[in-house]
Design a protein around this ligand. Sequence first.
Ligand SMILES: [Zn+2]
Ligand SMILES: [Zn+2]
Length: 366
Amino acid sequence: MPTKRDYYDILGVSKSATPDEIKRAYRKQAMEHHPDKHGGDDANFKELGEAYETLKDPQKRAGYDQYGQAGAQGNPFGGGGAGQAGGFDFNGAGFDFSDILNQFMGGSGGQAHRGPAQGRDLEVSITIEFIDAVFGTESDITLSLDDACEHCKGNGAEPGSRLKTCATCKGHGQVTRVQQTILGAMQQTGVCPTCSGRGQVPEKPCTVCHGAGVMRRSKTIGIKIPAGVDDGATMRLSGKGAAPKGGGAKGDLYVQIRVRPDRRFVRSGRDIHSEAKIAMADAALGTEIEVETVDGNVTLKIPAGTQSGKVLRLTGRGVPVLGRTNRGDHLVKVNVDIPTKLSAKQRQLLEEFAAESGSKKSFFKR
Ligand SMILES: [Zn+2]
Ligand SMILES: [Zn+2]
């Protein structure tokens, strides 16, 4: 692979250029190099696009700053070189690359934390009834979370006052530190602690939230739980999480659904299972019984000659397929009840029945 020109050089910006400067530089260069234009050049234009794609994305840019083009592609060490650099076996040294990556990306799961902060994701769990999981329900969750301050609308500045450039980061929203590591001096870039990554601070802090832009408050959120949801499912409510300090996008709210077990029904995917007991004679002769389903009582036909343990199907009485209207089935396992106590009359009839059906008579002899 031929060595490519530096992305910053291609765009003609400095290494500390702000996202705005990068965007402006790209637009200007793209006009000049556009292949449709006289004097334009396809190769240059492509190169320019590649540089911009990388530098406009804070995460890719961080990777590029640290590791060059390979870093921007999400694999800082090339295909086969992971764990090896200059003949040094990092794995053997108990050295974890992801630590470094996490550090320079802000320390949370490889997410870039440049630019305005993003609010925290929150997680709650709610328990609903079996029947509500089948047909869907609405539920209110009350939680205590960081929400945007109402007085300053979340920007931290007293209404009427302005925002000024952060002196700590000079408006970049990030600060770079150099740290000595096993790899040598490494630049670490993190969110500016003064402005939380915004690049601006209020001239006069909001009198209610003291400039934080957020207030802890109790909030009730109504959620619509879809029909067919199963135990353990998680719903993501986008933008219903915590608000970040100093304004910016709210995090998400993850709601884990727990379904309370029902003593009558057991769910298996979209089918519901239950059991029913029938009398011995009914099993032999056939009958109709009432069976409890999630739709209420339903008549189930027991065919003559039903064996104990037989599973009978009530089509369409199961759980709806999530997001659709068709439903699974309700399966009833039929248990034949063998009487343990017989009246004299019953005994006589059964003995006659046995004699008629050719059972060993000796069995009944007293
Ligand atoms: Zn700052
Ligand atoms: Zn405020």
